[in-house]
Design a binder for this molecule. Sequence first.
Ligand SMILES: [Zn+2]
Length: 242
Amino acid sequence: MMKVARHFRLRSAILASAILLALSAAAAWQLSKARCIQLVGEVTCRVETETKLVALTFDDGPTPEGVDAVLAELEPRGIHATFFLIGNRMEKFPGQAERLIAAGHELGNHTYSHQRNLGRTQDFYAAEIAKTRALLQRAGSDTKLFRPPFGKRLIGLPLEVERAGYRTITWDVEDQPEKFIEPRAFAQDILARVRPGSIILIHPMYRINQVARDALPIVLDGLRSQGYEVVTVSELLKRTGG
Ligand SMILES: [Zn+2]
């Protein structure tokens, strides 16, 4: 009997530990994709303001097609935005970052190879950030803004972001191309969720992002008709004391 009880206790303990481990893994997973909270360092997903001011951000690339399409909509409207660029795309498509800077836009660091930044070494994080920083500086941008690929981060990446002197910028309104495949519905979804101080994220750069490119003028005109002024992340922070 004693032996059975001991076995039972041992098995219960193992089961409890396994459940605890699974729960903490689930909690860590949730935390790693949280938009507005972070274990280490500061993260900004929006700012508190009553002014109808929003930041517009574009992720990934740059690609010539994406830059062409976005500039064609922003320039005639006199809007400046923040582009979070990937280092290896900047190498593949030289000159695109320079085009964005020349048009008055702001650039941010979106790592070198756009991988999920969980469970890697500090050296890996450091290289992902530093390589892209060098490329951005060569293009003429000394940005202090960083955006984690897929929004994923836990402890190691935020530590390195802070060490490197960057600020993590996420978003509170994200495009949902998997849900809205028609440009007007895609745009309406964004317009319905935006509020003063929002940071909007749109992915316009790749071939699969055609709906985002087609929706962009509808988003921009919709924001204007709702009374919003659209600015870069730095401008949003500066004007709201964020
Ligand atoms: Zn990305």
